[in-house]
Each structure stands twice: as structure tokens, then as C-alpha cells.
Design a protein around this ligand. Structure first.
Ligand code: C6P
Length: 412
């Protein structure tokens, strides 16, 4: 039985009170909290194994390398990738998407080509494509959303064609919680010879993911949104695609051999095997170890349970929000199409003021534009939204308190 009260016991931060209030943490789409198991794993890495990886023959370096490789394998297993060769550790989703844009995009895109993305993207799945399009001359096209903030699939189907080289889409919107049918998008893209690049920052932490079933080409996510440390993220890429592209960052740790050729007076290099070819410089080893522990923790909870807990909590919160006369909620109507994210506004109030008032009661939400300005503009809320986002340790009781406080704020 999944029990959020039992889960909470693993999270030391919930022992803290702020101005006498328990912490109600509803800002999980920005970053999650960390369980003791993850904190301990990072601590014990530094206490027992700390050493650089792939750079030493001594015991500590061998052990540290083994742990770091194991972390890649466990992440691969978590999303059903073939093996560690398809798992590149990066800093976060932003870096993963930039890696694809710069490494794959520079090699494969030219004038006349099109990259199709959507209006519901986080800036990190828009701006890199716009930046490269200025150099390479291809066009970035945007698929619209429907009135309930779901993707306009009809428009997507009309937009993807022979010129399309990539379809870049989020699995779950960080603003509306909309869950996109990535399997359908992959099928459409592949039928047209395009690759599928998915921003999975909000999906991997909250639902079961099988990259083989989704048939995605690249899939990017962050450790810090899934109980892991900050500064560690993942780029999954199909081996054949990662094999064919050049690294984005170059330098130490990612080469097999580097030669100075006397005849030409220049240096040439050939790359290390996957995934190390894409991990230049000393990586975030402790972050990788912490992420491995986070993945183990989520596996023990069961990702089906995580999804159904959040779905249930979201349905409950949406139902209770109807009790409020001045609150306007955005996002899909069907709970099968939305994750545990609720953006809303209170009539006549600035979202930051609402967030500050909630904060006085120990309730943490995010307010503003959530790094998705075009989406807010499309929703007709230029001033932003208040966003409550749930995770494994949130409870119905917390939702009740949230509603009670919102009722007081509404009166103000
Ligand atoms: N969204 C939010 O509060 P990073 O910051 O690189 O770990 O993740 C970027 C990112 C990319 N895509 C989506 C869908 C995201 O939600 C995020 C991060 C946070 O919504 C911080 S802006």
C-alpha cells in the first residue's frame, strides 16, 4: 500500500517548522525534496569513495568509477534504455536539450529544414532551437494548444511533413501539467523521417517511463526534480544517434587518443566510447551516486503508485478548488491528460501576492511565468499564474489546508 505519511518520514525537511507552521511543499515542479537515503548516499560517497573517475588505477578511483558506471546502468534500467551507452550524465534538462540542439542540430540541420515544437514548451526546449536556426537558417515552427491546454494534434499532423527534421516536445508541461501522447508524436515524426526530442523534466519523476515503447530518439530529464541532487541530469539518446554525432563539449575524459601531428602541426583526437564521449571534464560523481539512490527509492515506491497517488491528489484538489468563487484554474479537464500540476489565479490578485500570502501559512508554491512566457501569453495570463505541484509526500490533509487558506486569501 502506498502511504504518503510513511514516505514523509524519510524526508528530514518536513521536521522543520517555519513561523510555527508545518511546511506544505507544493513547489515540486521546480525541485523536489530529498529523502534521507539520497542525502546519506551522497554523504557516504564523500566519506568512503571520493576520487576522480576513469582517471586512476588506484583503489579509490576504481571504486568511484564502478559506482558512477553503476549509476548510469540503474538510470538506464529505470527508463528501459538498452544499457549505459545510451545514458549521458549532464547538469540538468537544460544542458541535455542544449547538447542535442548543438551536437545533433548543428550536424543535421540546414536552410530549408524545419524543426517543429509547441507553444507549451519550457524555454529550454525553444531557445536553443531558435539560437541555432539563426546560424543554420532552418525554421522553427510552433504547434498551438487547444482551449483546455492540451496539444492541438490536428495542427501537429498538418505541420509535420517532408521538411521536418525534428519534433521537439515536452512529455508533461511544467505549467498546465498537460501530458502529451509521446508515442503518437514519435510515430508521426518517424513516418516523416524526423527525430523526436523529448523534454522529460516533468514526466520521469512522476510516471512510469519506457523509452523503447515511446520510441523517442532523445529524452532529457533532471535529477533534482526526482528526489536526486541538484547539478545532475540525464540525456537518453538512441545509441545509433549518439554514435553518429560529435561531442558538444570537448577536453579531458572524453577521448580515446589525442595526437600532435608533426607534418600538419595540428592536434587530432578520437573519442572515447559512449557515453563518456559526451561527458567532458570531471563529472558530478556524487550527484550520479545520489541520483542512483533516488531511482532506487522511486522504484521501491513503484512508479505506477507515484502516478496514481498524484492523480488522485490532483483530482481531489481540482474538485475542492471549485468551492472557491474567485479562483480560475488552467489545464486539461481529463485527469488522464494531466499530471500533478495545478496553475491558477485569483481574480484581481497578482500571483506573487497570492504566493506570498500562502507562504505566511507555510505553503510553498511557485508564482510567475515558470520559464514558459509564450505559453502564458497564449493562455491570456501575461502576469503569470500561481502553481501548486504535488509529489509522493503530499497528502489530502495538506490540500485541505491549502483550500482553507485560499478561502481566507480570497476574502482579503
Ligand atoms: N522547470 C519549474 O519551476 P532544469 O532547470 O534544467 O533542471 O530544468 C529545465 C526544465 C525543462 N523543462 C521543463 C518542462 C521544466 O519544467 C524545467 C524546469 C522548473 O517549472 C524550473 S524553471
Amino acid at each position: 500500500m502506498f502511504d504518503p505519511y510513511k514516505v514523509r518520514e524519510d524526508f528530514p525537511i518536513f521536521n522543520r517548522k517555519i513561523d510555527g507552521n508545518n511546511i506544505i511543499y507544493f513547489d515540486n515542479a521546480a525541485t523536489s525534496q530529498r529523502p534521507l537515503q539520497v542525502i546519506e548516499a551522497v554523504k557516504s560517497y564523500y566519506e568512503l569513495y571520493n576520487s576522480n573517475v576513469h582517471r586512476g588505477v588506484h583503489t579509490l578511483s576504481q571504486e568511484s568509477s564502478e559506482l558512477y558506471e553503476k549509476a548510469h546502468r540503474e538510470v538506464a534500467n529505470f527508463i528501459n534504455a538498452k544499457d549505459l551507452q545510451e545514458i549521458v550524465f549532464v547538469k540538468n534538462t537544460t544542458e541535455a536539450l542544449n547538447l542535442v540542439a548543438y551536437a545533433w542540430g548543428f550536424k543535421n540541420l540546414k536552410a530549408g529544414d524545419e524543426v517543429v515544437t509547441t507553444l507549451m514548451e519550457h524555454h529550454s526546449n525553444m531557445i536553443p532551437w531558435e539560437m541555432i536556426s539563426k546560424v543554420k537558417g532552418f525554421k522553427v515552427k510552433y504547434v498551438d494548444i487547444n482551449e483546455d491546454a492540451t496539444l492541438n494534434y490536428e495542427m501537429l499532423e498538418n505541420m509535420v511533413g517532408s521538411k521536418t527534421k525534428a519534433v521537439c516536445i515536452c512529455h508533461m508541461s511544467n505549467v498546465t501539467g498537460t501530458i502529451n501522447d509521446v508515442e503518437r508524436v514519435s510515430k508521426l515524426a518517424h513516418e516523416n523521417g524526423a527525430v523526436v526530442i523529448v523534454d522529460a523534466a516533468q514526466s520521469v519523476p512522476h510516471m512510469p517511463v519506457d523509452v523503447k515503447k515511446l520510441d523517442v530518439d532523445f529524452y532529457a530529464f533532471s535529477g533534482h526534480k526526482m528526489l536526486g541532487p541538484t547539478g545532475i541530469g540525464v540525456l537518453y539518446g538512441k545509441k545509433e544517434l549518439l554514435d553518429e554525432i560529435e561531442p558538444f563539449l570537448t577536453g579531458g575524459g572524453m577521448v580515446r587518443d589525442v595526437k600532435y601531428e608533426v607534418s600538419s602541426g595540428s592536434v587530432t583526437a578520437d573519442w572515447a566510447e559512449l557515453p563518456w564521449k559526451f561527458e567532458a571534464g570531471t563529472p558530478n560523481i556524487a550527484g550520479g551516486v545520489g541520483l542512483m539512490e533516488a531511482v532506487r527509492y522511486l522504484k521501491r515506491l513503484g512508479m505506477e503508485n507515484v502516478r496514481s497517488h498524484e492523480k488522485e491528489l490532483t483530482e481531489y484538489a481540482l474538485e475542492r478548488l471549485k468551492e472557491l468563487g474567485k479562483v480560475r484554474v488552467y489545464g486539461p479537464r481529463r485527469s488522464s491528460e494531466r499530471g500533478g500540476i495545478i496553475p491558477f489565479n485569483i481574480d484581481g490578485m497578482n500571483p506573487h501576492d497570492v504566493a506570498l500570502l500562502l507562504d505566511q501559512f507555510g505553503i510553498m508554491v511557485r508564482s510567475g511565468l515558470h520559464c514558459a512566457h509564450p505559453l502564458h501569453e497564449r493562455l491570456g495570463v501575461k502576469g503569470g499564474t500561481v502553481r501548486a505541484s504535488f509529489y509522493v509526500y503530499n497528502t489530502r490533509e495538506e490540500v485541505d489546508r491549502f483550500i482553507e487558506v485560499l478561502k481566507q486569501i480570497e476574502k482579503v
